[in-house]
Write a new protein. Sequence first.
Length: 495
Amino acid sequence: MSGAEVMSDPWLLLLVVVPLLAAPVCVLLRSAGGAWSIATAVSWAVLGIAIKLLMTVLEKGEVVYRIGGWDAPWGIEYRLDTVGAFVVLIVAIIGALVLPYAKQSVLKEIRHDRIYLFYTMLLLCLSGLLGITVTGDAFNLFVFLEISSLSSYVLISLGQDRRALTAAFRYLIMGTIGATFYIIGVGLMYQMTGTLNMADLKTIMPAVADTRTIMAALAFLTVGISLKLALFPLHMWLPNAYTFAPSVVTVFLAATATKVSAYILLRIMLTVFGEVHLFDVFPLQPVLIAMALAAMFLASLSAIWQQNIKRMLAYSSVAQIGYIVLGIALTTEAGIAGGIVHMFNHAMMKGTAFMAIGAVVFATGAVTLRDLEGIGKQMPITMGAFVVAGLGLIGVPLTPGFISKWQLIMASLEVDMWPLAALILLSSLLAVIYVWRVFEVAYLREPKRTDVSEVPMSMLVPTWSLALIAVYFGANGTFTLDLAVTSARQLMEGF
């Protein structure tokens, strides 16, 4: 976010406005089929815009759109650089594949008279996540954060299990605390700098970085974002939210929401505080590394003991968030690139895994290990996708998880943190245990039920599309890793 000349691109505005305006249309229609059609068309339009913006950013550099023609900092501007375009692509891919998958799954898991509300909330959540990624204003980011969060609470509460309401309420409480901490941090920064524009904050921050007000602002921002990110030990809302939400909601949130929160952490630390040499001034690095390692090990251990597969994958997500934060905490180009590429890779892997389990729920109505004995023989296509995702979570070579973890190991060795590299390898062994538990039940035991068959193609095609994306970028990770390295290099300028 430098002060250099940037290209103005109105597609930035459309990226956010199209799903935002489509949401109330779904309410007016009050039709499940009509709302699905609109949401699906919008999601694919968003994917097209995301690809176009990524190509523009790679070809011409950072793009900007000033709302109402007002120049920053007086007006709000949307800005998109390489890392932002990468995160937008993640959200857009997941959105475009979740909507076709949702049609049959939602009919089974959500009351018919609420389905149009489901698609309304999903579009609002999509718009909020995209808005977070493109905005160049710290307060505007808070607005989009609340749009995505409030819609997420509703989406989770739509689950048929009554515990979905409790999970949504817990997420509401924790999310509200996180958002409050974030906005307090923004207010303290505004008090010292007189601006909310991130590019302006970056240039002004060095002059006031050593004040107690800014130190307090950083503390509030870090805790608030960590709550939204579900960084251990601030993750307690996540397992129940993923377990009891409708399967489609779990897929969407697991693959997008935490990745966007990680992007916020990157943007605050490496853009807003980019000229401050943050970790030299504040003792934040050891704290982040400790929290990341705790997530990698303790959440993986928790996953091993779970009987509910959705809860198992939820704890796995907490562990994978640890890898992302670990890369950010290293504050080297290689480390940040490892964290960024893992945002993409984990979105593809965990999205595939939750889609596969959602298909199992659709076919069997069950999601615990003891209920799924022999399911691999009865649903070979569905469970084949889960195998792909599971191997990726472990980090087997030729999977995207291997690329992420290898990059993080190399980054650790680059700064002579040999024990850290060893811990990354050791934590991967824990993933072997909980993934193998599913493989063993699905493939090495005889089926207990005879009424189980494959799900409709409308669910299989999106699941395997995401799985094949993961396979492709596991076997050929050059494009995603190059994007991550370019993003890290841009973020590290002046750090």
